[in-house]
Design a protein around this ligand. Sequence first.
Ligand code: NAD
Ligand code: DAU
Length: 340
Amino acid sequence: MKNILVTGGAGFIGSAFLRHMVAAYPEYNIICYDKLTYAGNVDNLLPVSDEENYRFERGDIADRRAVQRALEHYAIDTIVNFAAESHVDRSIIEPDAFIHTDVVGAYILLDEGRKHGIERFCQVSTDEVYGDIEVGFSVEDDRFLPNSPYAASKAGGELMARAYHVTYGMDIVITRGSNTYGPYQYPEKLVPLFTTEAMDDRPLPLYGDGKQIRDWLYVDDHARGVDCILHFGKTGEAYNLAGENQRHNIDVTRRILELLGKPASLIRHVPDREGHDRRYAMTAEKARALGWQRQYDFEDGLAATVGWYQENEWWWRKIKTGEYLEYYKRQYTERLASIR
Ligand code: NAD
Ligand code: DAU
């Protein structure tokens, strides 16, 4: 492993992975390959932008020629695929981009990776492929029952990765992370949306009864988990990267408000997300056996995260303009109006 292409590296988790890898492995050349969609942000990479072992290349993973050029130009031997459309609510409004990137893009990366003799391909996937887990905990061999267009597209991408391993003998590993939170997360997801909205004393649109359960994982723990699986994962295998830290959405929301010193009256129970999964829960035993262990507990991780958004308004205020406001209006205006 020497020349690593990190796709989607300008996003939330991909940039945490890049910041970690660039510092931890000066002997690797690490190339970020990112289309810079609305969710991609070069500000996330400022901490590494001057490092010797880091390069940035703008490109779409579904653009075969651009992928070929990047693989050849940088003599890539390893690919870590974070690139995705990642927001469930957007996938409900308009699934097209999810099929383009999460399915077709993953396929093109795999196909070109195989043709260029890539030594290892790590596909970053999600606990959402297991679907709604009423009781118990998902383990890696459980069946897939994805419920949103996002979850189905991620399942498609990772099944293609599996097929490339079985059919062509490609060296593949897969990670399935749980709900990730931390600095540099685009403020459309629960934690950064509610933190930044509450800072401005705006209403927090909590879907349905707020009793849905998510398993929360701090972003640096997720990044180190992908590093661990990339280096030590057994070929052809998938690994859950679980926070093992399940919380009701309403409790996460209340805690954010407490940390900010804001009143619970900002919470609005708005009409639910369509097809909303009630609960995700996985065990991380298989990844633990390879030496991965999350380091942050939720209380510390959430306090650090909320503190980061308080200290870094320069980062998120400029995002909350233009396209973001269009999306916000489409997603929330009617929902919020319906409960007044
Ligand atoms: P994100 O939306 O913050 O970032 C996605 C990145 O991919 C952006 O930089 C974007 O510009 C880039 N991108 C999108 N389409 C592209 C394309 N066609 N070609 C090249 N680049 C493209 O996402 P995230 O939250 O950082 O998630 C990263 C990965 O981790 C995704 O694969 C996601 O499915 C997975 N995941 C996320 C979570 C979570 O809680 N956020 C949990 C488990 C797994
Ligand atoms: O579980 C892993 C997944 O976690 C990742 O694969 C996805 O990329 C990531 O976006 C995340 O998906 P969720 O749908 O769980 O995350 P989100 O932050 O959108 O929502 C978390 C919970 O909060 C979910 O139950 C929906 C609820 N929610 C979310 C938003 C944005 C609200 O109640 N109101 C909101 O406005």
